[in-house]
Ligand binder design. Sequence first.
Ligand code: FAD
Ligand code: NAP
Ligand code: SF4
Length: 680
Amino acid sequence: MTAAKKYPNLFSPLDLGFTQIKNRVIMGSMHTGLEDIDNGFERMAAFFAERARGGVGMIITGGFSPNLEGGLGHEKSSLNSQQGVANHRTVTDAVHEADPDVKICMQILHSGPLASTAAAVAPSPVRSRISPIVPNELDEAGIEKQIADHVSYAAQAQKAGYDGVEIIGSAGYLLSTFLVEKTNRRTDQWGGSYENRMRFPVEIARRVREAVGPDFIIVFRIAAMDMLQGGLSWDEIIQLAHKLEDVGVSILSTHFTWHESTVPTIATMVPRAAFASVTGRLRKEVSIPCITSNRINMPDVAESVLAKGDADLVSMARPMLADADLVRKAEQGREDEINTCIGCNQACLDHTFSGKLTTCLVNPRACNETVLNYDPVTSKKKIAVVGAGPAGLAYATVAAERGHDVTLIDAADQIGGQFNLAKQIPGKEEFYETLRYYKKMLEVHGVTVQLNTRATASSLKAGGYDEVIIATGIKPRTPDIEGIDHPKVVSYIDVINGSASVGKKVAIMGAGGIGFDVAELITHKGKSSALDIDLFAKEWGIDFKNHPRGGVTGVEPIVAHNDREVVVMQRKTSAVGRTLGKTTGWTHRITLKRRGVKTMSGVEYRRIDDQGLHITVGNEPDILDVDTVILCAGQTPLRTLYDELEGEGLNLHLVGGAYEAAELDAKQAINQASYLAAAV
Ligand code: FAD
Ligand code: NAP
Ligand code: SF4
C-alpha cells in the first residue's frame, strides 16, 4: 500500500498561506547540550540535517534564551551578535541543503523563575517548587526589556535563516508564570485580571509578528493543560488562544505540563497519545493549525490522531532521537524497521537534567552524528556474537550493517536477553518495540541467528571466527545470608516469569530498578494503565473531560486496591529509590507509595527462616513475618565462556553485562556495543 493510502493525513501538506509544511510531522523542541560544546554548531547541523533527510516536515530547535536573565547559560550559542547569526546559519543552511522543503524554527525559551541564575526574573518573587532561586520581581522597565529581547531575538533568528520561531508560553517558564495567579501576584497592568495576566505573552507574540513581517512562521507553545493545581481553566486557555490568533500567531503547539507538576506526561508509563484529545478540543475553538504531542512514537499513532481530527500536526521529539529516518521509513512502508522511542528518558531527559549531552538509549548515534558512524567495511570479517541481549543485538546489527559476516548465538529460544523480563513489567510494554526492531534488523542485515544454542569454548574455537564477542550478560547476585536457600526465597527472574509463587506478605531485597519493577509487578492489578488512557487519568488524578483548572485541581488519584503487604529494602542508608532515573524515578516512588508499598533503608539482613526475614535496622533487631523474600540484589558478570577462551588465540571482546554488571543498564550495553562494532 502506498504511503498516501496508508497515511492519508500524515503525508498531506499543510498550507499556511505564505508557505507550506510538506507533511504533518514536526520534530519537537529538545535541548541536546550540543548548544554548549566546542564544535556544537557543526554537530547540531549534522544532527538536524540527518532528521531533515529522514523526512520530517518541520524542525523546532532546542530552546535558546533571548537574554542572560532567561538563564540557559547558552552564551556560546547566543544569536545576539553577528557571529551568533553566522553560527546559526551553519544549522539552517545544513537543513535547507538536506531538503529545501523542510522548515526549521528556533525555539525562544525564557526560563523565568526556573533560570539557574541570580538574575532570574518573574512577574512576582515566587520560587518554583523545583528551583532553589527566588526570582527577581520585574518592574515596568524590566517587563519592556523582556518583551524587546524576545522581539529582537526573533528578528535575529530570521536573519540567521530560520523559517520561523517557536515562543514557549508554558511549562512554568517566564510567559506562563504571568498567566497563572499562583505565580503572578501583580496589581498593575500585567497582573490581577486575566486580561492583564495575558498581556505579557500576547504582547510578545504581537510585537514579534510586527518585527518579522507576515511571511515568517510563529509557533506559540500554549499550556493546554498545566497539570497543576490552580493552573489555567479551560475558558482561560481558549481566551488566550483567540488573542494569539488575533495578533498573528501561525500555529499553536499544545503543551501539557509545568515542570513542577507531579503527573507524568512523557514517561513510558504514559499511554500513547494520551493528551491528544485536549488538543482536539482546542482545535475546534481556533482557525489556526494546532500541534499535539507527547508519547506519539509511531506513524500509525500519529495518523490516528490526525484522522480523529485531534490535531493538524503531530510533534515527535524523542522519536526523532531514536530514529532519524522514522518518517521516511513510514513513507516507504518500512515501519517494522523503525527504532521506536520507548519513553525511558534514560539517555535524553535524564542526561539533559544532569548536564550531560543528550543521546538515546536505543540509538547512541543521536547527537553523535559526527562521532559515531557505521561506515561500510573494506575487509569483511567472520564474527561470532554470543548472547542476544541488548549488547549482543546492538553489536551484531551494527557489525552486519557495515558488511561483516555475523553469527548471533543465544541459548534461549528468543532474542532479547533481560528485555524479555523487562517487557513483562506493567508500564514497560514499549520494550516489545525494541525487540521487534532488532528482530527485523537481524533479517535486513543478514545476520545468521542461532537460537536454542549454548555456545561453548570448543564450538567457538572450531568456528573459524576472526572475532568473538562475548555478550553473555549477567547472573543474579545471591547474597551470602544464612537461610538464603530457604523455600521462601525466590529470584526476580522466577517471579517475573511466573514460575515462583509469591505470598501476600513480601520482602523485596534490593531497591534498584529491578526491585522497583518487581514491586510494581506484584502490586499491580488488572490492565496496565499504560495501555488505557482513562485508567491512567484515574490513577494520576487527571480530568480530561471536565478540564478543571490545570486539568487536575480537586481531582484525587484513584489507585487500584493492592492486597499484598510489600516492603522494599536496601542496606544503604540513603533514601530508597535514589538510584532510579532522574526524570522518572519519582513516578515509580509515588505509584508504589499510593499502593501502600513500604520502603526501608539501612537494613542489615541476618537470616531467613520459617519465622521470616531477620533484620537489624539502626541496632534494632526485627523479624519481618513474610511469606516470600524476592532477591533483587543486583548482578555479577557472566564470563565463564570468556574465562575459558582467554589465552586460546581468539580475538575476544566482552560487552554489556558480561563486561561490567555494576551500574549496567541497557543504555550502557547498547552504547558500548555500538561503538565497538563501529570500529571492528
Ligand atoms: P542480557 O540481556 O543478560 O543478555 C545476555 C544473553 O546471553 C541472554 O539472552 C542469554 O541467554 C545469553 N547467553 C548467556 N550465556 C550464553 C551462552 N553460553 N550461549 C548462548 N547464549 C548465552 N535496563 C534499562 O536500561 N532500562 C530499564 O528500564 C530496564 N529494565 C529492566 C527490567 C528488568 C525486569 C530487568 C531484568 C532488566 C532491566 N534492565 C533495564 C536491564 C537491562 O535489561 C540489562 O542491562 C541488559 O539486558 C543487559 O544486556 P546484555 O546484553 O549485556 O545482557
Ligand atoms: P541495582 O540498581 O544495582 O540494585 C541492586 C540492589 O541490590 C540495590 O538496592 C543494592 O542495595 C542491593 N544489593 C547489592 N548487593 C547486595 C547484597 N550483597 N545483598 C543484598 N542486597 C544487595 O541493580 P538492579 O536493580 O538489579 O538492576 C540492574 C540494572 O538494570 C541497573 O543498572 C538498573 O539501572 C537497570 N534497570 C533500570 C530500570 C529503569 O527503570 N531505568 C529498571 C530496572 C533495571 P544495597 O547494596 O544498599 O543493599
Ligand atoms: Fe526515547 Fe529513551 Fe531514546 Fe529518550 S533515551 S529518545 S526516551 S528511547
